[in-house]
Ligand binder design. Structure first.
Ligand code: ATP
Ligand code: MG
Length: 426
């Protein structure tokens, strides 16, 4: 029969690689908990309209990349697999009344779906970890989320990262800038790439982050948004920069860094790595003071970011930054009575908090010992019918091969000492 394969743009994360994922999740979880961020889990599919309004019809994500289908039932409606996390979090914030409960500091992680051309660091099902601070306009919130992103990346041991920073001002600032930009670009219209020609009237700011070389040459001398900021916008941006400098976080201002929709405001930032080739951005975010109102909630300032976890894994695997697997005991048994008793022994040790890998093969001792050597266990427990009958067990330290016979009761008698010995023999 034909073999069924995983779909293009999706992949299996096998146990070896899961180590890296758990390391990233545990590191982020700890750092975010220390900053009083709480985890939120929202559905993986939502009403299509949420993303159309929440991300914007004019974006690539909504225009070209969504997995959208019609529900079953008598009154079919349009459903979309979430392409990002913010829209769902904001929907929940409004629907569940979180806006009545003060500033919300939230984080999430999980799979996202976009119909894109798969390549290294770009998939159709990929994973993000993100944070959102809802209900604060304070520049400290902008600096706090940026600091958390850099803290997480640093704690993972990642290097060669750079932080690009910009302000996209308020919608009013952008209206003035927009016409200046259109005036500048219109004479070059025919030289722009096709997407950019299309955006000239619909969403001209997005032309600034075109990847087309000729378009980039043209935008090099375009007017910049920073020159159109109001006093409030300028002040906010300066404060964010001061705070980052105070925190020792280096950044560079990149006037081409834009988020092209009306509900994005003020701070925009991206963290990129030199070690990722074309898919260089590991984290992107910014302020979105207009989004909660756009989705039907009260006017609420907010700021957040999302990290692409696949790209982090590529970087981690380059530096092999992952804790090795540690098992306390590898349990070898052979003989009818011994095998019957082995699970009981393993279970008891596990309930005491030790990790135990039980060899289920029933093979010759020699074969089981070979597997014990490979297992990464600190010690090997050996149970033959003789030991089983006398309720003893042979205890072998893997590092020194030193072996003693002890009563099973002795093994259970003093867990704290045993734990210390295991750590000392790692
Ligand atoms: P890009 O320019 O790389 O397409 P984006 O602007 O579409 O990124 P965001 O929507 O800001 O990305 O998502 C935040 C992060 O999620 C990105 O910086 C990236 O690390 C990751 N990401 C986005 N799309 C994908 C994808 N298809 N596969 C893997 N990671 C992705
Ligand atoms: Mg994209």
């Amino acid at each position: 029969m034909g073999v069924i394969k995983a779909l293009r743009g999706t992949r299996d994360i096998l146990p070896d690689e899961v180590n890296y994922w758990q390391f990233v999740e545990a590191t982020a979880r700890q750092i975010l908990a220390n900053a009083s961020y709480l985890e939120i889990r929202t559905p993986i599919f939502e009403a299509t309209e949420l993303f159309a309004r929440g991300i914007g019809e004019a974006t690539d994500v909504v225009g070209k990349e969504m997995y959208t289908f019609t529900s079953r039932g008598d009154n079919p409606y349009s459903i979309t697999l979430r392409p990002e996390g913010t829209a769902g979090v904001v929907r929940s914030y409004i629907e569940q009344g979180l806006h009545t409960q003060g500033v919300q500091r939230l984080w999430y992680t999980g799979p996202m779906f976009r119909y894109e051309r798969p390549q290294a660091g770009r998939q159709r099902q990929f994973h993000q970890l993100g944070v959102e601070v809802l209900g604060s306009a304070d520049s400290r919130a902008d600096a706090e989320v940026i600091a958390l992103a850099t803290h997480i990346l640093q704690a993972l041991g990642l290097k060669h990262l750079k932080l690009d920073l910009n302000s996209v001002g308020s919608p009013e600032d952008r209206a003035a800038y927009r016409s200046a930009l259109i005036d500048y670009l219109t004479p070059y219209k025919d030289d722009l790439d096709e997407d950019s020609q299309d955006r000239l009237t619909r969403n001209p700011l997005r032309i600034l982050d075109s990847k087309d070389q000729r378009t980039q040459e043209i935008t090099q001398n375009a007017p910049i948004l920073l020159d159109y900021l109001s006093d409030y916008s300028k002040h906010h941006f300066e404060k964010v920069q001061q705070l980052l400098t105070q925190l020792g976080i280096t950044y560079q201002i990149n006037p081409r860094l834009v988020r092209g929709l009306d509900y994005y405001t003020h701070t925009a930032f991206e963290i990129q790595s030199d070690d990722l080739g074309a898919q260089a951005t590991v984290c992107g975010g910014g302020r979105y003071d207009g989004l909660v109102a756009e989705l039907g909630g009260p006017q609420t300032p907010a700021v957040g970011w999302a990290m692409g976890l696949e790209r982090l894994m590529i970087l981690l695997q380059q530096i092999q930054q992952t804790p090795a697997k540690v098992v306390d005991f590898y349990l070898v048994s052979r003989g009818e009575v011994a095998e019957m008793q082995s699970l009981q022994l393993a279970n008891k040790l596990r309930q005491m908090g030790f990790s135990v890998e039980l060899d289920l093969s029933g093979a010759a001792f020699k074969k089981q010992f070979a597997r014990a050597d490979k297992s990464g266990a600190v010690a090997c427990l050996i149970l033959g019918d003789e030991e089983a009958a006398s309720e003893t067990v042979k205890f072998k330290w893997m590092a020194t091969k030193e072996q003693t016979a002890i009563a099973q009761a002795e093994l259970f008698a003093n867990p704290d000492t045993l734990r210390q010995q295991l750590i000392a023999h790692r």
